[in-house]
Design a binder for this molecule. Structure first.
Ligand code: MG
Length: 203
C-alpha cells in the first residue's frame, strides 16, 4: 500500500508557511514504512531538530481505481480516520530553498501516524467533518473538511489520473493552520467529531 498526501489544502495553513495557494492539488507519497499505528510512541529522529505535527483527515481507499471520475470518486472510500503527517520542517525548508524534492522531510520511518477508521456514512454530516489536535492538553489545531480547497472527490479523482489507486491505500487530505513543533515527552491527542482517535507520546 501507499500513502498519498495532499499539501496546501487549507488556505490559512498555506498562508502560515508563506506558500502560494495551488490551482491544482499538490501531492506527495510516503512509503508503507512510514506508518505508525495503534497509538505507539513516536521516536524523535536524530536527523532533525524541528519535527512538526500536521493533523489531517485520512481516507482509506476501498477498491482499486484508475482515472476515476470526480462524480464517482465517493464510491472509492467509505472510511475516515485521523493522521499526523510528521514533517522535518528544517529539512523541508532546506529542500524548498534549493528547489529539491521533499521526501527526506516527509517520507521517513513513522512519519505517518494513522488512527483507527470510522464509517463516513455513520457521521452526523459527512460534508463538514470536524477534528482537533491537542498538544499536552492544549488545543493547537482545529479543522473542518468543508474548509478544504480541494474536496475528497476532487483529490481522489485527480491523483488517480496519474497513479493507480489500490484497495488499502491511504489519503492524507491536508492540514489546517496551527502546525508546530513537538518535543520529547509531549503527548498528542486528536478527536474526530468529538470521538478520541489518537493519543500517543513523543519519545
Ligand atoms: Mg501535510
Amino acid at each position: 500500500m501507499k500513502i498519498i498526501c495532499i499539501g496546501r489544502n487549507y488556505t490559512e495553513h498555506a498562508r502560515e508557511l508563506n506558500n502560494p495557494l495551488p490551482g491544482k492539488p499538490v501531492f506527495f507519497i510516503k512509503p508503507d514504512t512510514a506508518l505508525l499505528l495503534r497509538n505507539k510512541p513516536f521516536q524523535y529522529p536524530e536527523f532533525s531538530r524541528n519535527i512538526h505535527y500536521e493533523t489531517e483527515l485520512v481516507l482509506r481507499i476501498s477498491c482499486d481505481g484508475k482515472n476515476i471520475d470526480e462524480d464517482l470518486a465517493a464510491g472509492y472510500y467509505h472510511e475516515i480516520g485521523l493522521g499526523i503527517d510528521f514533517t522535518a520542517r528544517d529539512l523541508q525548508d532546506d529542500c524548498k530553498k534549493k528547489g529539491l524534492p521533499w521526501e527526506i522531510s516527509k517520507a521517513f520511518d513513522h512519519s505517518a501516524v494513522v488512527s483507527r477508521f470510522l464509517r463516513i456514512d455513520k457521521l452526523k454530516n459527512s460534508s463538514a467533518i470536524f477534528f482537533t489536535l491537542k498538544l499536552n492538553g492544549k488545543l493547537v489545531q482545529k479543522g473542518c473538511s468543508s474548509d478544504m480547497i480541494f474536496s475528497f472527490p476532487r483529490i481522489v479523482s485527480y491523483v488517480s489520473k496519474f497513479i493507480t489507486l489500490r484497495k488499502g491505500d491511504l489519503f492524507f487530505t491536508g492540514t489546517p493552520e496551527g502546525v508546530g513543533p513537538v518535543d520529547r515527552g509531549d503527548r498528542l491527542t486528536a478527536d474526530l467529531e468529538g470521538t478520541s482517535m489518537l493519543d500517543f507520546m513523543i519519545r
